[in-house]
Ligand binder design. Structure first.
Ligand code: 3H9
Length: 702
């Protein structure tokens, strides 16, 4: 039996009311397009109808075209066919937008003759974030409505604008404050009363078109988010074509949209989109999670991490107490929180009143017993097993047994920490990444005893604080730090020992697309942080020499990075500029000599290849060992928490795009050259001999 159509048509007097109802996000898939085309045909046949009104059910108008359909040719009717039926209709067609109207949804609305939106609606063309250009007339109709320069800015940013802003630039005709449907129905009746007919957007012209200065300005404005990207060139070409007759412009857009869909960048960005959503799903979990109510959170430890976590929960409207037995630490934390909010106000992200309301939600306390009425306690004290165990064990005396405890450890065994309490099933890791109120990633660490219910609560916590959750099994470094230490950073140190300089390694990896090179990252976080993590590691496991001999020597010498003015680089007068330090080069040369490593010229290509292959190889081990459940989870960890370029899809997707056979062959090459730590992961060998990929491996697991 055919499913009922997600599109309905009701006759309400002289208004034909078309409603899209395709949960969860009213994506415009084939069924919706068929439904819209049929509804438009019916309205055309009904002489009693004088206006058509298009609305959606639910909280949002629509998230745009169905991204799942992009891997194959789109079946007719295309969105363009539907739009043509709307734009050439004999009676006016009105779109009423509640909530989001993104991508193809805004393009659909732009093909309508009139548009209304709620004040807080969000209208945008986010296609560039998926590596594609708007392909349903967006690059042709938006310039006709708001001008070519403004259209370019909106499409390059990908960010939506509010209903009010849309009205101010002529993208919508009216902003609605009250009930949208009521307002839209009276708008339609007004059109009838005033005898206003269709007003096709395609009949407008674009004058002036895009000039070079406007292009340069827009590219400069969005340079950061577009670094290493190529979709923007296609957007510019398409918008330039908006000065042509409409049909010709549409044809140019269609060809460019097709080209963008086939680009590696688009495949990678679409992969990350779905990977992020898959990461939020827990294999084996019951579909209905028990709702977890959080009114109050207690954070133990008032360091930078604890303070950042406090901000994240205050931003989510929850009461927070930050506990630290050292009063000066609490004072510093309050200062940190105040200045973080002051900077948000300064950047225009929130207003002063909101900042004050959020600051007032965070209270400082000096005794752990103050956590007694918290629904969730997050331990964020110094990274020391005994100290953490002691803090966690002390909670049992006053914190009811059903309450949840999270540890923010980045290296220690969550299982062991959980077992220090009387409720190991209700203990899990929440590994936030600094700055905790900003970085999107949240590793949820599942200890051996962590219950499914507690894990489901952890997912709800992630959603509350707007983080992207990825589950990791309890093992040293979890997913991200394990790959960073054993793969990426280790190899960068090895390259330093073989002859590269910190500046060369960092520049090569920055050129690859990382926001910052590994040595600069190390200096920013503090070389001592890594050294302390390795002290914990060596209590559990060993690593063959050389393993971070340079970073550990810098720590020993008190060269802890930016905070001490010296690390892999020099920093003058407390500044951030990383300056080469000849003494560090001499120190590295001495360490190379101690190990009998002959120094040589190393190319940038070798630096990138080795660092990325090492990352991929350890990623494969992380999968083999069951630390990460999916290769796509690893991609999410690296793109949302470690600065791996999103448009390359994450390390495992990148491996697939290089071809696993090539990856295996190059790893074997370095194994021969550099020794056993380059041993290819069994999974890579297996995938290579089966001519498979990480993506295929994920699919087979499902
Ligand atoms: C486009 O329109 C191209 C046109 O120019 C050309 C056409 C010819 N398609 O994110 P959530 C799914 S390109 C298919 O968890 P939230 C999503 O996968 C499109 N599925 O919820 C998830 O499924 P599941 C331009 C979609 O509340 C579920 O909906 N549009 C789409 O955190 C819930 O999503 C965009 O780029 C879609 N378009 O966020 C918007 N959107 O439950 C992309 C969502 O099975 N979407 N799903 O995992 C978003 O930004 C967010 O999903 C949104 C909701 C803000 C809408």
């Amino acid at each position: 039996m055919r499913n009922p159509s997600p599109v309905s048509l009701d006759k309400q007097g002289a208004v034909g009311l078309i409603r899209i109802d395709n949960p969860p996000v009213n994506a415009i898939n084939h069924d919706v397009r068929v439904g819209l085309a049929e509804a438009m045909a019916q309205t055309a046949r009904n002489p009693e109808l004088k206006v058509v009104l298009i609305v959606s059910t639910g909280e949002l108008f629509s998230a745009g075209a169905d991204i799942n359909e992009f891997d194959r040719p789109l079946a007719e009717p295309s969105l363009q066919t539907v739009q043509a039926a709307i734009e050439t209709a004999r009676i006016p067609v009105v779109a009423a937008i509640r909530g989001l109207a993104l991508g193809g949804a805004l393009e659909l609305a732009m093909a309508c003759h009139y548009r209304l939106a709620n004040k807080n609606a969000k209208l945008g063309l986010p296609e560039i974030t998926l590596g594609i250009i708007p392909g349903a007339g967006g690059t042709q109709r938006l310039p006709r409505l708001v001008g070519a320069g403004r259209a370019l800015d909106m499409i390059l940013s990908g960010a939506p604008i509010s209903g009010s802003e849309a009205a101010s630039i002529g993208l919508v005709d009216e902003v609605v404050e009250g009930d949208l449907l009521d307002a839209a129905m009276s708008f339609c009746r007004r059109l009838i009363d005033d005898g206003l007919g269709p007003r096709p957007t395609c009949n407008r012209t674009v004058r002036p078109g895009l000039d070079d200065a406007a292009v340069a300005e827009a590219l400069h404005k969005h340079a950061r988010s577009l670094k290493g990207r190529s979709t923007q060139a296609l957007v510019i070409d398409a918008i330039r074509a908006a000065t042509l007759p409409f049909a010709e412009g549409l044809a140019v857009e269609a060809a460019l949209a097709q080209k963008s869909l086939a680009m590696r960048e688009s495949l990678a960005l679409r992969h990350v989109f779905f990977a992020e959503r898959a990461a939020g799903k827990l294999d084996g979990a019951p579909t209905e999670a028990k709702p977890f109510e959080i009114r109050r959170v207690a954070i133990i430890g008032a360091g930078t991490m604890g303070s950042g976590i406090a901000i994240a929960f205050a931003d989510a409207g929850r009461d927070v107490i930050v506990i630290d037995n050292a009063q000066p630490a609490l004072a510093r934390s309050q200062e940190f929180i105040r200045s973080a909010y002051a900077s948000s106000v300064q950047r225009g992200r929130i207003d002063q009143k909101t900042a004050e309301e959020r600051i007032s939600r965070i209270a400082g306390r000096t005794t752990v017993a103050d956590a007694a009425d918290a629904d969730l306690v997050i331990e964020a004290v110094f990274e020391d097993m005994d100290l953490k165990k002691q803090v966690l064990a002390s909670l049992d005396a006053f914190l009811p047994a059903e309450r949840l405890i999270a540890t923010n450890t980045s290296t220690l065994s969550v299982t062991e920490l959980g077992r220090a309490t009387a409720r190991p099933g209700r203990v899990f890791g929440l590994h936030f990444f600094s700055p905790a109120n900003v970085t999107k990633l949240l590793e949820i660490v599942r200890g051996r005893d962590t219950s499914m219910e507690a894990l489901q609560a952890a997912f709800q916590i992630a959603k509350l604080v707007k983080k992207i959750p990825v589950v990791s099994r309890d093992a040293f470094g979890f997913i991200g730090n394990r790959m960073m230490l054993d793969g990426y950073f280790r190899e960068s140190e090895q390259l330093l020992l073989e002859g590269a300089s910190p500046a060369q390694v960092d520049a090569a990896l920055k050129q690859f697309g990382f926001a910052m090179g590994p040595q600069r990252v190390s200096d920013l976080g503090g070389t001592d942080v890594g050294t302390k993590a390795r002290i914990q590691l060596y209590k559990r496991e060993s690593r063959p020499d050389p393993y971070f001999v340079i970073a550990d020597r810098l720590t020993e010498l008190g060269m802890l990075g930016q905070k001490t003015g010296r690390g892999f680089y020099r920093y003058e007068n407390g500044g951030r500029e990383a300056l080469p330090d000849p003494e560090v080069i001499r120190l590295i040369e001495a360490l190379s000599a101690e190990r009998g490593i002959a120094r040589r010229e190393i190319s940038d290509e070798e630096i990138v290849e080795r660092c990325i292959l090492a990352l991929i190889n350890v990623g494969a081990l992380v999968l083999e060992e069951g630390i990460a459940a999916r290769a796509s989870d690893i991609d999410v960890v690296w793109t949302s928490g470690y600065g791996f370029p999103r448009h390359l899809g994450g390390p495992m997707f990148y491996a697939d795009s290089l071809g696993i056979s090539h990856v295996a062959e190059r790893i074997r090459h370095y194994h021969k050259k550099l020794g056993h730590y380059w041993q290819p992961a069994t999974l890579i060998e297996r995938l290579a001999s089966a001519k498979s990929s990480f993506e295929e491996w994920d699919r087979q697991k499902v």
